[in-house]
Design a protein around this ligand. Structure first.
Ligand code: HEC
Length: 156
């Protein structure tokens, strides 16, 4: 009996150790400090959209399926950095902030098309234009969570 029990015991402790290691390394573990601190200057790039780009209307503004399609695209291409519901992660800032939510559809489309490559935001010009407009509809549908809306700069 002892001959079986010992290898089993070794296996069990190895298992315990690997579980512990996996937990300590799991980058997805929810932690409060995962999202970067809110910092309006991160979003300055959006302000740089040329007027013509900024004023472009979203051709899918009245398409009832655009938001759902955008949500799928977001999960495929953006969630790994911006988080599953665009709340931000260590890799990329939240998109549920006034700077993004108040930006025009055209500005967001322009940003996706050009990226902010030097700061780690990829260029998405390879995505067909309608998909970029769908992503913009999705992002704009998210709004600002109540807590984030309260935290920025003290009210005048
Ligand atoms: C490889 C990680 C990564 C991926 C993937 C990614 N982003 Fe970003 N994104 C960033 C980073 C980093 C920033 C911050 C850039 C900066 O400092 O201006 C950013 C910024 C933004 C901004 C704010 C604009 C600004 O002025 O910074 C928007 C909007 C945005 N991303 C949308 C998207 C969308 C939509 C997708 C999917 C199509 C996406 N991102 C995919 C890393 C990523």
């Amino acid at each position: 009996m002892k001959a079986i029990a010992t290898p089993l015991g070794v296996c069990a402790s190895l298992l315990a150790v690997s579980v512990l290691l996996a937990q300590s390394r799991n980058p997805d573990k929810p932690s409060v400090d995962a999202a970067p601190k809110y910092n309006p200057s991160i979003y300055e790039e959006l302000q740089k959209a040329p007027e013509k780009a900024r004023n472009r209307a979203n051709p899918l503004q009245n398409d009832p399926d655009a938001i759902a399609a955008g949500a799928i695209l977001f999960e495929q291409h953006c969630a790994e950095c911006h988080g599953n519901s665009a709340e931000g992660s260590r890799k990329a800032p939240s998109l549920r902030v006034p700077e993004v939510q108040n930006a025009s559809h055209g500005s967001l489309f322009w940003l996706l098309t050009n990226g902010v490559v030097r700061k780690g935001m990829p260029v998405w010009s390879k995505l067909p234009e309608p998909q970029r407009w769908q992503l913009v509809r999705y992002i704009k549908s998210l709004g600002v969570p109540a807590t984030a809306a309260e935290s920025p700069a003290p009210k005048p």
